[in-house]
Design a protein around this ligand. Structure first.
Ligand code: KDG
Ligand code: MG
Length: 404
């Protein structure tokens, strides 16, 4: 008789930051893990999973991965959105993990096997001013990294996305309400070319430089920025304008040849269908956790492959080591992979989620453990309760709310 799902547990814990972890156990005693973390909305996904999804999974054959995905997506009428898709994503990851453990194979093997020897990653260099940023870039180079994201402070602004006066940057702040910060697009747009001039001068032509504008600009401002940084040969310019209006990217595209990346807030293929089919972007940044797991992300990246677009998935600290593992396994087996973001984690997060994947010399490796190769340390998770924490809110200088 086929195996059956016997137990479904949702663990919410805060080993330095909040994570929502799904643990699925089968009657044969196989345990699969999935990540369902949505930064600042952790309890909503936990409730969605506990109250509405877990009861439906009991008794289901865990081998029916695609059918379970369709059942949780189409079968419930209400669909899409970060909470729903992260919940489905966690179930999907856990079922792939179970399949790998049952067949004693790493998930990348189940996805078709390796297409590359290692997965290049980029991590985050930042500095409050240009000299501090250059020091940070040097540190990344000393670690053997050749893809480096660069973010800098902006004169006149107190807080800027991607930059901290503290050496450890974490965008979500603990507390009952989001903190607020002000942003001046003009000052930022005037400053960025100066920053990139200094960085390019330091690293020379070979290092791949990335930058995240984090949704702050209007389409025409985005077009102007993309044009003004063309000479620095960025690997990509990310989230140059919000992408709910996918057609807005045409304006940016028509203005410059700077490669464009977008999509960390997307949840389904339909959020990026036009961007991909009309070749308005170069890299799609959907995270496996936020875009319905491995099963749905594969479809996004397959559509992208047909249109010459590559995967460059989101990988900040709020994507847990379980979802990062899923992304690394996909990267190992997906041809059109550009680069994986790897922000890194504090030591306690590595301890809370012991993992077979590894990062060194600018490359990620999935490891050969069966399934996703990630475990949890229950002692750490059970002694690290949830703490309210939110991403900041941004306002323009006149006080109106701006996309953060
Ligand atoms: O939860 C949102 C953060 O992870 C996001 O702001 C980080 O933009 C980000 C990135 O590119 O890592
Ligand atoms: Mg980003």
């Amino acid at each position: 008789m086929a195996d059956r799902i016997e137990r479904v547990e949702v663990l919410v814990a805060s080993p330095t930051r909040n994570y929502v972890t799904l643990r699925v156990t089968t009657a044969d005693g196989i345990v699969g893990l999935g990540d369902a973390t949505v930064n600042g909305r952790e309890l909503s996904v936990a409730s969605y999973l506990r109250d509405h999804v877990a009861p439906l999974l009991i008794g289901v054959d865990p081998n029916r991965i695609e059918d379970t995905w369709q059942y949780l997506y189409r079968g419930v009428y209400w669909r899409r959105g970060p909470v729903t898709m992260a919940a489905i994503g966690a179930v999907d990851m856990a079922l792939w993990d179970i399949l790998g453990k049952r067949t004693n194979q790493p998930v990348y093997q189940l996805l078709g096997g390796r297409v590359r020897d290692g997965i290049p990653y980029y991590s985050h260099a930042f500095g409050w001013d240009i000299p501090a940023l250059l020091d940070s870039v040097r540190e990344h180079q000393e670690r053997g990294e050749t893809f480096i994201r660069v973010q800098s402070g902006v004169p006149g602004l107190d807080k800027v996305y991607g930059v901290s006066k503290d050496p450890n940057y974490e965008p979500a702040g603990r507390g009952a309400r989001p903190s607020e910060e002000h942003f001046d697009p003009g000052a930022y747009m005037r400053h960025l070319p100066k920053v990139l001039t200094a960085v390019r001068e330091l690293v020379g032509p070979d290092v791949k430089l990335l930058h995240d504008a984090h949704h702050r600009l209007t389409p025409i401002q985005g077009a102007r920025l993309a044009k003004s940084v063309e000479e620095f040969d960025l690997f990509w310019l990310e989230d140059v304008t919000p992408a709910e209006d996918q057609d807005a990217f045409r304006l940016v595209r028509n203005a410059s040849t700077t490669p464009l990346a977008v999509g960390e807030v997307f949840n389904t293929i339909w959020d990026c269908q036009r961007l991909i089919e009309e070749r308005l972007i170069d890299y799609v940044r959907t995270a496996v956790v936020h875009a319905g797991g491995i099963s749905h992300s594969r479809k996004i990246f397959a559509l992208a492959e047909v249109h010459g677009v590559k995967a460059g998935p989101h990988g900040p600290s709020d994507v847990s080591p379980i979802a990062l593992a899923a992304s690394i396994h996909m990267a190992a087996a997906t041809h059109n992979w550009g680069v994986q973001e790897y922000m890194g984690y504090p030591a306690l997060v590595h301890e809370a989620f012991p993992h077979a994947w590894s990062a060194s010399d600018g490359m990620l490796q999935p490891g050969d453990a069966p399934g996703l190769g990630v475990d949890i340390d229950e002692d750490i998770l059970s002694t690290s309760p949830y703490v309210p924490a939110y991403l900041p809110t941004a306002r323009t200088l006149d006080g109106a709310v701006l996309d953060w």
